[in-house]
Design a protein around this ligand. Structure first.
Ligand SMILES: [Zn+2]
Length: 447
C-alpha cells in the first residue's frame, strides 16, 4: 500500500511538472521572438548613419531641395489604372510622362537605380545587371552579396549624393542601390543599410525629420525607396488586385510625404519615378546550354563569359536562329539603341530576349531544386516592350504645372536634378535639353 501511495504522489508531481512545462511552452509560443518584431520599430533615427561631412556652404543653403522617390516596378500606367490619387494629383500639378520613362537595358533594379542617379547607361556605370561577372577582376558582383554591394570600386560615375557632397551640399538617402558604398570619394551625409522590412510610414517621417534640421545640416538632395509594388508584381502579376493594393499603399506614402512637406514651407521639388515596369511572364525556362556547350563558360543568369574569343564565336553561331524567343549578338554588334556593347562585364555573346521569357544559361545542377518562376517579370528591351516603361512625375517650385513629355531615357533625369540644385556636372550620357522644357523659365528665388 505504501509503495502505491508514493507512486501516486510521484505521478501527481510528474503530472504537475508536465502541466507547467506545457504552460511555459505555450507562453513562449505566444511571445514574439526578437527576430520578428510585431510592434513598430523604435525611433526611426536609430538606424540612420550620419557621416561627418562638412556642413552646407552658405551658397548651398539658399538652394532648393529635391526629393527623388523610387517606387520599384511602378509601371507607367499603374497610377491611372489602379487609382493612385496622390500621384495623379502630383501629375495634375506638375509634369509627367503619360507613356512613361524608358529604363536602361536591362530593365532591372540595380542597373536602373544606379543609372538614374549617375546619368550614365549601365555599360558606363559598370552595374550592367543585378548579378554579373568581371573578367578583369575575376570576381562576381551580386546585389545579394553585401561585401560586393558595399565595395565602391564596383561603381562608376558620380552619384547625385556624391556630386552634392563634393560641392558642399549635404545629401541623404533612405535606401537606394549604391548609397552605402563610398563612391567618387563620398557617401551621403545620412544613409541607412538596406532593410526591406523598415516600416513604410517611418521612412517618410525620417525624410521630413531631415528637412527639419538646421540649414547648415539639412540635406538638399534626398532619395526615398519602396519595393512593395515590385514584390506584388512578381508574386501575383502586374494586373491583379494585390498589385493594385500595393500601388495604393505606396501612393498613401506619397500622400504622407506631401502632407509632411506642407508645414515646412521649403522650396522642395518632389520627383517620383520607378526603375522599370512589369509584365506577365510567358512559357517555361529556356536553357541556353541546351543549344550550345557552356561548360567552359562563366555564367550569371543569362550572361555568358567565354574563356576565349573562339569559344564566344562558337556559342554565338550555335545560339543564332535557334529560337524566336531570343536574339544573340557578338557584344560589339548589339544594336546601338540598347547601349549595351562596351563593357566586358556584359559578357560575349549577348542574348537579348524578344519577349517576357525565362531565359538562363542553364538549369540548376542535378539534385538541386528548380528555381521559382516569378509570375510578373522585367528586365526586357524597353524599346520593344512598353510594359517596361516606368512612372515619372515631378512637382514643385521649379516645375511647370500641367506639362507632359514623351517617353525619355532615364539618364536624362540627372542633368535635370543637377540643374535644379545648381550643381556642376561632368560628362554623362544624359542630356539636359530633353527635360529642360518642364522647368520653370526662371525658377523662383528661395525664401
Ligand atoms: Zn523586380
Amino acid at each position: 500500500m505504501r509503495i502505491t501511495r508514493i507512486k501516486l504522489q510521484e505521478l501527481k508531481i510528474l503530472f504537475t511538472s508536465a502541466l507547467l512545462a506545457v504552460l511555459l511552452f505555450a507562453l513562449l509560443l505566444c511571445t514574439p521572438t526578437p527576430l520578428r518584431p510585431q510592434a513598430p520599430r523604435t525611433a526611426p533615427s536609430d538606424p540612420v548613419i550620419a557621416v561627418n561631412n562638412p556642413p552646407n556652404t552658405p551658397a548651398q543653403q539658399s538652394k532648393h531641395y529635391v526629393i527623388l522617390v523610387s517606387l520599384d516596378a511602378f509601371r507607367y500606367d499603374y497610377a491611372q489604372k489602379d487609382g493612385a490619387k496622390n500621384i495623379l494629383d502630383l501629375e495634375a500639378r506638375g509634369a509627367t510622362a503619360p507613356d512613361g520613362m524608358i529604363p536602361a537595358y536591362p530593365s532591372l533594379t540595380f542597373p536602373n537605380h544606379y543609372t538614374i542617379v549617375t546619368g550614365l547607361y549601365p555599360e558606363h556605370t559598370g552595374i550592367v545587371a543585378n548579378k554579373f561577372y568581371d573578367p578583369a577582376r575575376q570576381a562576381t558582383y551580386s546585389m545579394s552579396d553585401a561585401s560586393a554591394k558595399l565595395d565602391g570600386s564596383w561603381y562608376g560615375g558620380v552619384p547625385l549624393w556624391s556630386l552634392a557632397e563634393q560641392q558642399g551640399m549635404r545629401a541623404a538617402s533612405f535606401f537606394w542601390p549604391g548609397d552605402d558604398a563610398e563612391i567618387a570619394g563620398q557617401r551621403p551625409s545620412y544613409y541607412l543599410h538596406f532593410d526591406d522590412k523598415f516600416p513604410d510610414e517611418q521612412r517618410v517621417d525620417q525624410v521630413i525629420a531631415w528637412l527639419k534640421l538646421p540649414p547648415e545640416l539639412r540635406p538638399h538632395f534626398i532619395t526615398l525607396y519602396y519595393s512593395n509594388v515590385d514584390h506584388a508584381g512578381h508574386d501575383f502579376g502586374p494586373d491583379t488586385t494585390q498589385t493594385a493594393d500595393a500601388v495604393r499603399h505606396v501612393d498613401d506614402m506619397i500622400g504622407r510625404l506631401i502632407e509632411g512637406l506642407k508645414p515646412l514651407n521649403l522650396p522642395v521639388d518632389v520627383i517620383v519615378v520607378a526603375d522599370h515596369g512589369m509584365i506577365l511572364g510567358q512559357g517555361d525556362w529556356i536553357d541556353l546550354d541546351s543549344y550550345t556547350d557552356l561548360s567552359n563558360f562563366t555564367t550569371a543568369g543569362s550572361l555568358l563569359y567565354a574563356k576565349s574569343d573562339a569559344d564566344a564565336e562558337t556559342a554565338f553561331n550555335q545560339l543564332k536562329g535557334k529560337s524566336d524567343k531570343f536574339q544573340v549578338f557578338r557584344r560589339k554588334d548589339v544594336p546601338p539603341y540598347l547601349h549595351y556593347d562596351s563593357n566586358a562585364r556584359i559578357g560575349d555573346p549577348v542574348v537579348i530576349p524578344t519577349g517576357p521569357y525565362y531565359i538562363r544559361a542553364s538549369a540548376p545542377p542535378a539534385g538541386r531544386p528548380e528555381y521559382k518562376k516569378e509570375i510578373g517579370v522585367h528586365g526586357f528591351d524597353p524599346y520593344n516592350i512598353k510594359e517596361m516603361h516606368a512612372l515619372f512625375v515631378a512637382e514643385g517650385p521649379d516645375i511647370r504645372p500641367g506639362v507632359t513629355v514623351p517617353p525619355f531615357d532615364n539618364v536624362d533625369l540627372y542633368p535635370l536634378i543637377a540643374k535644379i540644385l545648381g550643381l556642376q556636372i561632368g560628362p554623362i550620357d544624359g542630356r539636359l535639353e530633353v527635360l529642360q522644357g518642364i522647368l520653370q523659365p526662371s525658377p523662383p528665388a528661395a525664401p
